[in-house]
Design a protein around this ligand. Structure first.
Ligand SMILES: Nc1ncnc2c1ncn2[C@@H]1O[C@H](COP(=O)(O)OP(=O)(O)O)[C@@H](O)[C@H]1O
Ligand SMILES: [Mg+2]
Length: 464
């Protein structure tokens, strides 16, 4: 199937619109089919297996939404572009929720129809191609197992990192991991712990940049009951909880000097006391620290204690920035897509060779974390189908950030939320434009209150 001979079903009860679309599609080299209502649309889909569908929402009998509901999982392989007269964002949102590929509002622009259609067909072809390659390779779908995240990398510099982790894991030495933000320092620390003799013990992370200065001491060393107002019971600190395992001092360069002195003491004497306590406890935690800062420079500037720097920097692992190892990008992208699939419950996400070439050439100042965010947004923009270059910078609104583990609220991990937000944002932006920014009119047009509109404008950062 090539793009230009694709069969497109046009389902619309309005004869004029249907005819116009059919003539237009013919002129563009497609093979159009027609249906006058939902019933006929479903019959035609079953009989002719079209490559894409342009579906009107308001039709007599079975309407567009019912057609979408009937198609259900089949929509994964059949892009349905919903065409609706503008009547608020609700039908568009509902259509997207039911698995439509995209939606256009009437009166529509034929160029927009063509663009959307072409994109849908290209993605569909790409998904099929990749699926068949995978089947040939005998790989099949990736099993949804929650594996411990592994460090990916085949570049010479990452192989050096793996070696350094392996060497350090055979010892109990204090290790400093350095590298730009998002290069994988935390992942490296976790790998080091997992491969060490302490792997059966806890891995306790302390984000030194996020601890309020007044709480650092009690967080690290714990406190006794009554040590300060609010200390209504005894609480062990992180060093105590990490006993038998590893304590990871992340972003150690952010520690204020007062806290640096306290950490130095634990490292030197291997003992500490809880705040307000007299009992001396033995520190039995292996210390790994990490920073994106140039610590020698911080030392020279008087912001970091030199003696602490030497204590932390017994063994050193340097993680190179992603731009210096572009050969790692394809494997990383593959790994990231598998994780996005699991998180969003999608099957078989793929990336086109063109999109892969684009991401290989980018400088990635935010390193792997930025690559992850970009690919997750792109996957949402691509609706879980093949990622093309134009999806890489797509605006997807406030989607879930894949670098943030979703604990608490389970709805955070649904693709739906991100999709709905995207649709809603688009609808509101369009309405605002159509009403020249007049909010009363926009609210009326969208069928929501002014108050709701204001909230949404703030939520999506849409104010002019
Ligand atoms: N080599 C790698 N292989 C797979 N994922 C990686 C790799 N490096 C980083 N990541 C991912 O990138 C994100 C940032 O990594 P992280 O360890 O938090 O970076 P840092 O601590 O250096 O800022 C994490 O989601 C991590 O899983
Ligand atoms: Mg980090």
């Amino acid at each position: 199937m090539t793009e230009t001979t694709a069969t497109i079903l046009v389902a619309d009860d309005d004869r004029t619109i249907r005819r116009n679309l059919v003539r237009f599609l013919q002129a563009e080299g497609y093979h159009p089919l027609e249906a006058v209502d939902g019933e006929e649309a479903l019959a035609s889909i079953h009989a002719h297996s079209p490559d894409a569908v342009l579906l009107d929402l308001k039709m007599p009998g079975r309407d567009g939404l019912e057609v979408l509901a009937q198609l259900g999982p089949a929509l994964a392989d059949l892009p349905v572009i919903v065409v609706t007269a503008f009547g608020g964002s609700a039908p568009a949102i509902e259509a997207m929720r039911r698995g439509a590929y995209d939606y256009l509002t009437k009166p529509f622009d034929l160029d927009e129809v063509l663009l959307t259609l072409k994109r849908a067909l290209r993605q569909r072809a790409m998904s099929f191609e990749i699926k068949s390659l995978r089947d040939q390779a005998g790989g099949g779908p990736i099993e949804p197992v929650e594996t411990v995240p592994e460090l990916i990398g085949r570049s010479a510099s990452m192989r050096e990192v793996f070696k350094a982790i392996g060497l350090a894991s055979a010892t109990d030495a204090t290790v400093l991991i350095v590298g730009e933000s998002g290069t994988g320092k935390e992942l490296a620390a976790a790998a080091l712990h997992r491969h060490s003799d302490r792997s059966a013990g806890p891995f306790i992370r302390v984000n030194c940049g996020a601890l309020p200065e007044g709480l650092i001491e009690s967080e690290l060393f714990g406190h006794e009951r009554g040590a300060f107002t609010g200390a209504d019971r005894q609480r062990p600190g992180r060093f105590e909880r990490a006993a038998g395992g590893t304590i990871f001092l992340d972003e150690v360069g952010e520690l204020p000097l007062s806290a640096q002195a306290k950490i130095l003491r634990v490292l030197q004497q291997k003992e500490f006391e809880r705040v307000g306590g007299t009992e001396t406890l033995r520190a039995d935690a292996r210390v790994i620290s990490a920073t994106h800062r140039d610590l020698p420079r911080e030392v020279a500037a008087g912001r970091f204690r030199e003696d602490l720097y030497y204590r932390l920097n017994v063994a050193r692992i340097v993680i190179p920035p992603l731009r210096d190892r572009p050969e790692d990008i394809p494997d990383l992208a593959e790994d990231i897509l598998r994780r996005v699939e699991r998180r969003y419950g999608w099957g078989q996400l793929s990336i086109s060779p063109e999109a892969l070439a684009v991401i290989r050439d980018r400088p990635w100042p935010g390193n792997v974390r930025q690559l992850e965010n970009t690919l997750a947004s792109a996957a949402i923009a691509a609706r879980g189908r093949a990622i093309l270059p134009e999806h890489l910078d797509a605006e997807t609104g406030p989607g879930p950030d894949p670098s943030i583990p979703t604990e608490g609220d389970p709805s955070e991990s649904l693709p739906l939320r991100a999709l709905l937000a995207e649709v809603e944002r688009k609808a509101i932006r369009r309405a605002l434009l159509a009403c020249d920014g007049n909010r009363t009119q926009t609210a009326e047009r969208l069928g929501i209150s002014r108050r709701q509109l204001f909230d949404k404008i703030r939520e999506y950062d849409l104010s002019p």
